[in-house]
Design a protein around this ligand. Structure first.
Ligand code: CUA
Length: 157
């Protein structure tokens, strides 16, 4: 097959540009230790979540007078724990991971919205000033039961 000389040059330039972009991207990602948003780079073996503390016992832990840490495990199609209860004025730091696919950990009535990826621990914190029942939903389509994947934070006066 005959390819005209100019066409060869342009194909070559196109491929060289793609290669240059690809190499730049990979180099920068590795050099800057890129990790998914909302994580401090904390990783976990997604096949051993149930044996890995503190995710072996998902739930709420008090870390100070008004501060809590909440460890959540996402899996199709539920959040564990189902419900946590804290008094109004509490700051809760959420640590969330997944054992299977990508989920979205979202509390629409609070500024909480993180992507949850297997292998990574996503972090977000929020201070619950008003009492009420805050719904936690999954906002990343994860399969047939996606719409039923919810939990809640109960904030008492
Ligand atoms: Cu989990 Cu959608």
């Amino acid at each position: 097959m005959h390819v005209p000389r100019f066409e060869k040059i342009w194909i070559g330039l196109g491929l060289a540009t793609m290669a240059a972009f690809f190499i730049t991207l990979v180099t920068l990602a590795v050099a800057s230790g890129l990790n998914p948003p909302s994580t401090d780079g904390m990783t976990i073996d997604p096949t051993k979540v149930s044996q890995t503390p503190p995710f072996d016992k998902p739930g709420l832990h008090q870390s100070g007078p008004h501060t809590y840490e909440a460890y959540y495990v996402g899996q199709i199609f539920q959040w564990n724990p189902q419900q946590i209860t804290v008094p109004a004025g509490s700051t809760v730091k959420f640590f969330v991971t997944s054992v299977d696919v990508v989920h979205g950990f979202s509390i629409p009535d609070a500024d909480v919205n993180v992507e949850v990826m297997p292998g990574w621990v996503s972090e977000v914190d929020h201070t619950f000033k008003e009492p009420g029942n805050y719904l936690i939903v999954c906002n990343q389509y994860c399969g047939a039961g996606h719409a039923g994947m919810f939990a809640s934070v109960k904030v008492t006066p």
